[in-house]
Design a protein around this ligand. Structure first.
Ligand SMILES: Nc1ncnc2c1ncn2[C@@H]1O[C@H](COP(=O)(O)OP(=O)(O)OP(=O)(O)O)[C@@H](O)[C@H]1O
Length: 480
């Protein structure tokens, strides 16, 4: 069953566990937590009349630049071949993959090419009527900024009179929630968990460096790519703020002065967060002998780390999925990026044990448990000490004491649970589950007829499950 995000109704009913003085219904919130942290966010309950098509500063990136590693991507070539004049009529909608709060996602191919995409189709009038335009725009703006192996590629977006459409990479492997249900005991092995959470960690690290607090981590939002690697999806609850990447030492002190003769390169691309080997960016002007000595010393002194954690961003919104909400969100204390590390702890727990730690008999009970119930581990399945220790560090109720609060993902990467992970090469590692050809075939065989070539209207929302649409091999299309 799909887990819903916290609703306004529950916001009212859980008043016993939260600070009631906090307003959570602001529309597009722009505020400042400290002198140098600004953020912009969208909320489920946002109200704005702004157009979904407004663009942000990073809009031009995707339209004019090919993200790295896409040089052999036939999808990219296919989109470019249409010369920027794309509309819904250029796509055959094959199957509805699912439907979220702000739109439906379809598997589609671009006519005249072999390229398949996932297209999120959002009805603009419906968005405006339900005050979701800001959320839709936020999601698009964030997608336009991303260029990471574990985050979605937005190939293009376009608007018709009625619809706003995002054309993204299609993940044929389903989501981790569904995949977990298929595992023996409905939980993953510790080895598989290590792989999935490591990839999610890298994706969160990248988002935080861009000043994006994800706020909706849960297995349902982790999709499995054709090659078995993961992709985080769904950014409409995310919070954007500005961060200033800083080099810090192990005590979290910013590094300001040069260390004697050693010149440090402060280009973020040159920093290898927990790397023991100096990169070519770290050079000195000393003699060979001195260099040798220095080399030994350097291997003992931890290198500075890049800290770009929007820890001090402050949002008062009540957003997310009940079982994954951090205590500070429920209490209305204001929250920053530490909420993602809390959710990362819940996520790791769920993948390992097949259930979340604070789930109650209802949403209200769950929220109360998150705030006040101590963390407990089931006796079975048996998991390692390091796995439990990692979860304990993440599920600390006070955000300031939580693992990763001070140094972000770097702190988590250094935890013994991840010992042996080659962070730089994880995208080349063999995933625990690679969708088999039959699964892929099922996803790519046209299960539905296409929309009319003469109209740019997508199919009317069909109230049937994806499975049914597969079984019937076609969908009824109503044009409205
Ligand atoms: N790129 C993709 N490849 C394959 N399936 C996808 C892709 N993106 C989304 N989906 C599927 O479509 C469904 C709807 O996705 P969507 O992001 O619109 O909503 P959601 O995750 O249910 O949440 P929300 O209501 O918060 O927007 C998802 O459950 C997912 O299974």
């Amino acid at each position: 069953m799909k887990r819903e995000s916290a609703s306004d109704q529950e916001k009212k009913t859980c008043s016993s566990v939260k600070n009631s003085s906090v307003s959570r219904n602001s529309s597009l919130t722009k505020t400042s937590a400290s002198a140098n942290v600004d953020f912009v966010e969208s909320e489920k309950s946002s109200s704005s009349s702004s157009d979904a098509s407004d663009d942000s500063s990073c809009t031009s990136f995707m339209m004019n630049n090919k993200p790295h590693n896409k040089s052999n991507d036939i999808r990219w070539e296919a989109i470019q071949s249409k010369d920027g004049s794309l509309g819904l009529t250029h796509f055959r909608l094959l199957k509805r993959l699912g439907c979220g709060d702000i739109g439906s996602v379809y598997l589609a191919d671009l006519t005249g090419t072999k390229a398949c995409f996932a297209i999120k189709v959002m009805d603009k009038a419906s968005l405006a009527g339900r005050k979701k335009l800001v959320r839709a725009r936020m999601e698009r703006q964030i997608l336009q900024c991303l260029d990471h192996p574990f985050l979605p590629t937005l190939y293009t977006h376009f608007e018709t009179d009625k619809f706003s459409c995002l054309v993204m990479e299609f993940c044929p492997g389903g989501d981790l929630h569904t995949l977990r249900q298929k595992q023996p005991g409905k939980h993953f092995t510790e080895q598989a968990v290590k792989f999935y959470v490591a990839e999610v960690l890298l994706a969160l690290e990248y988002l935080h460096m861009l000043g994006i607090v994800y706020r909706d981590l849960k297995p349902e939002n982790i999709l499995v790519r054709e090659d078995g690697h993961i992709m985080l999806s769904d950014f409409d609850l995310s919070l954007r703020c500005s961060v200033s990447p800083t080099l810090v030492n192990m005590d979290n002190e910013p590094i300001r002065k040069k260390n004697n003769n050693t010149l440090y390169c402060i280009e973020p691309s040159c920093i290898q967060p927990s790397c023991a080997v100096p990169t070519s960016c770290f050079f000195s002007r000393k003699s060979k002998k001195e260099k040798e000595k220095k080399k030994e010393a350097v291997s003992l002194i931890p290198l500075p780390e890049l800290m770009a954690e929007p820890t001090s961003a402050r949002s008062m919104s009540f957003v997310g999925t009940h079982e994954y909400l951090a205590p500070e969100i429920i209490k209305g204390d204001g929250h920053g990026s530490a909420v993602d590390w809390w959710a990362f702890g819940i996520f790791t727990y769920e993948l390992l044990f097949g259930r979340t730690p604070f789930k109650g008999s209802g949403n209200r009970a769950t929220l109360c448990n998150v705030v006040s119930q101590p963390l407990r581990f089931p006796e079975s399945p048996v998991v390692s000490f390091s796995a439990r220790d990692l979860i304990k560090g993440l599920l600390v109720k006070e955000p300031g004491q939580r693992l990763a609060y001070k140094r972000g993902a770097t702190e988590i990467k250094q935890h013994p649970f991840f010992q042996g992970i080659n962070w730089a090469l994880i995208r080349c590692a063999t995933p625990p589950h690679v969708p088999n050809p039959a699964e892929l075939q099922r996803c790519s065989v046209p299960a539905v007829v296409s929309t009319s070539e003469k109209t740019d209207l997508p199919p009317k929302e069909v109230p049937n499950s994806d499975q049914r649409s597969c079984d019937r091999n076609y969908l009824d299309f109503d044009f409205f």
